[in-house]
Design a protein around this ligand. Structure first.
Ligand SMILES: CC(C)(COP(=O)(O)OP(=O)(O)OC[C@H]1O[C@@H](n2cnc3c(N)ncnc32)[C@H](O)[C@@H]1OP(=O)(O)O)[C@@H](O)C(=O)NCCC(=O)NCCSC(=O)C[C@](C)(O)C(=O)O
Ligand SMILES: [Mg+2]
Length: 357
């Protein structure tokens, strides 16, 4: 671990200075596309401005034979497209794969000036981030970049989850963390076969009415499906917040089940995540909607803030609104909501209007 004094020093001569604060840019939907797939690639220019983040995926879901074409395709798309306020991210191949090094070398030297964030899969500990950190600094210096490329890690192994706090703290480049539920499930030997979401077998059942066999076996005992990801997401949120970076729910693989996708995204939003992945164009609207507070919540938050301003504006004390006690701590929650609404209103004219009314 570097000392606090040299944590923010560039790791290569000529590399840009690391950021001391990670900007809170809207990233409600991180939309994945395969740059080697002509149909998907053709849709990218039209998606600019409709989604917060476009991510050229080079890792899983891209066939081994297409890895080089995906890398080259992303370079071409990045050079030919004006991304405006939409961020451009990539997910490179894992550090132990035959492609990870070439991905980083090519992308940073060719399009490092337009690439905002590099997502690194299967991160297991701080040592993976330290490796990427130094390499990126060398490549940035070589390319003459003036701002650092940020790093986002995916939690996809039990060891990664066990080390999530040290991963978040490993570099000033760390922008955030996403849950990788499919690889994580396999690594943990969970008995699921899905990409994210719940499972009907993971449940609790209402107590029987009495101890009789009839009551125990009764089909009318209610069952409540539980969230397989609650522990991991909560731990990830705390690790991110503790280090001033951003947590994201990852993918929801059942593209057809838009309702459960929305539920899973909302759980993550309520727990503190700032966004989720979109694997198919129809998931963009779901993530963008869910990770934007509702007009009612924003209006309520503003009423609480206004009530405290009337009380002298130092954020202390207690007040009754609609039969509910509001105090210093509920004010802080309301300020989280109001700040997010203001930030989103700056980039989204529809939300600007919605939050103003
Ligand atoms: C699911 C698939 C195969 C269905 O693809 P499809 O073509 O069968 O679907 P469709 O409904 O027929 O598509 C309609 C149109 O939309 C296009 N389209 C479809 N998807 C996209 C897209 N993403 N971006 C842009 N365009 C897209 C598609 O090409 C088609 O175009 P057309 O109308 O011209 O014929 C396809 O959507 C896809 O490949 N999506 C991306 C999958 C992906 O990136 N997976 C990796 C992330 S999840 C992960 O890695 C796990 C994790 C974190 O690592 C871990 O948990 O461990
Ligand atoms: Mg994975």
């Amino acid at each position: 671990m570097r000392s606090a004094k040299d944590f923010f020093r560039p790791l290569a001569v000529g590399a840009p200075a690391p950021l001391t604060e990670i900007p809170a840019r809207p990233s409600r939907a991180i939309h994945f596309f395969d740059p080697s797939n002509p149909k998907m690639a053709a849709k990218v220019p039209d998606m600019v401005g409709t989604v917060d983040v476009l991510l050229g995926n080079l890792e899983d879901a891209v066939k081994a034979d297409n890895k080089a074409a995906a890398r080259e395709g992303l370079v071409r798309i990045a050079k030919e497209t004006d991304f405006g306020a939409t961020q451009l991210w990539t997910r490179v191949n894992s550090l132990d794969s035959p492609w990870g090094l070439d991905d980083l070398t090519t992308l940073v030297t060719e399009i490092g000036d337009v690439l905002d964030v590099v997502m690194v899969p299967k991160v297991e500990g701080a040592e993976d981030i330290h490796y990427v950190d130094r390499l990126l600094a060398q490549l940035e210096a070589k390319a003459g970049l003036t701002r650092p490329v940020l790093v986002h890690a995916i939690l996809e192994t039990a060891r990664g989850v066990a080390n999530v706090e040290e991963i978040c703290a490993a570099s000033p480049r760390m922008q955030g963390i996403s849950l990788g539920p499919a690889d994580l499930a396999a690594d943990r030997r969970m008995k699921t076969t899905r990409v994210g979401g719940g499972h009907p077998g993971y449940l609790v059942r209402q107590d029987p009415a009495d101890g009789s066999a009839e009551a125990i076996e009764s089909p009318s005992r209610a069952v409540y499906q539980q969230d397989l990801w609650h522990y991991t997401i909560s731990r990830m949120v705390d690790a991110c917040v503790m280090n001033g970076i951003y947590p994201y729910y990852g993918p929801f693989g059942d593209i057809a089940d838009v309702v459960a996708c929305e539920d899973q995204f909302r759980n993550a939003f309520l727990l503190g995540c700032v966004g989720a992945w979109s694997l198919h164009p129809k998931q963009v609207a779901i993530a963008s909607r869910v990770f934007s507070p509702t007009a009612d919540d924003v209006a309520h938050a503003r009423r609480v803030v206004a009530a405290f301003e009337e009380m002298g504006g130092d954020g202390t004390g207690a007040v009754m609104l609609d039969g509910k006690m509001e105090d210093d701590a509920s004010l802080k929650q309301c300020l989280v909501m109001v700040r997010l609404a203001d930030q989103l209103a700056e980039v989204d004219p529809t939300l600007k209007e919605l939050y103003a009314s």
